[in-house]
Design a protein. Structure first.
Ligand SMILES: Cc1cc2nc3c(=O)[nH]c(=O)nc-3n(C[C@H](O)[C@H](O)[C@H](O)COP(=O)(O)O)c2cc1C
Length: 189
């Protein structure tokens, strides 16, 4: 498979990047092609809510001229997409939220019974890290991810893993366990 990973941490080499690297290593070892996008290294503007994209089914058709289109083209070309974000104030980082809002320009016939998207049917997974425990911190983001990816983008959510207590000394040991589990969910074994 061609797998696109999307890092939503502003830190290129932080805790989330470390865990995502473990996951990417697993996928490469299983013979898959992996490309990483670090959102903060790109210029992604916030959705304007103009709905111009809804009038055009030639997706992705956002009127904003920035780096989002090239990321969406990579997503459309991928077989699976992995979203990785630290939890900021019980949610994704603003970088990840901004990119997910912009996904609306990939929807087709949004809101109608035959609504779909240019990434419909693709396998998607979520990896989050947070400093506190998972419950009451990362569970909201997992729910938001599920709603956005399943109901709006019509993707197949194959896995969601949170690595809590990211400042604890055993972080990397737990990150390995969580990313091995996510590897199995993505690859279906
Ligand atoms: C602005 C901000 C808000 C945060 N909010 C939460 C939170 O609500 N719950 C939590 O457990 N950790 C929170 N954290 C901690 C990060 O989720 C945690 O340190 C994460 O592992 C950092 O990942 P990174 O090194 O990839 O950036 C917050 C950190 C920042 C900077």
């Amino acid at each position: 498979m061609k797998i696109l990973t999307i890092l939503g941490s502003p830190k290129k080499n932080g805790k989330t990047s470390k865990a995502l690297g473990m996951l990417e290593e697993n996928l490469i070892l299983h013979g898959h092609e992996v490309e990483r996008i670090h959102i903060s290294s790109h210029n992604i503007k916030g959705c304007m809510g103009c709905y111009a994209c809804m009038e055009n089914n030639d997706e992705p058709s956002c009127i904003l001229k920035d780096d989002a289109k090239s990321i969406f083209e990579k997503m459309i070309a991928a077989d699976a997409i992995i979203y990785a974000s630290p939890i900021y104030c019980y949610d994704f980082t603003s970088q990840m939220k901004t990119l997910i809002d912009r996904h609306y320009c990939m929807t087709i016939n949004f809101g109608s019974p035959n609504g779909t998207s240019s990434i419909a049917g693709k396998k998607v997974a979520l990896l989050t890290t947070c400093m506190d425990k998972k419950e009451g911190n990362a569970d909201f983001a997992e729910e938001i991810f599920d709603k956005s990816m399943r109901f709006v983008m019509k993707c197949e959510v194959v896995g969601k893993e949170t690595i809590p207590l990211s400042n604890a000394p055993d972080y990397e040991v737990r990150a390995k366990v969580a990313t091995d589990k996510l590897t199995a969910s993505i690859l279906g074994f």
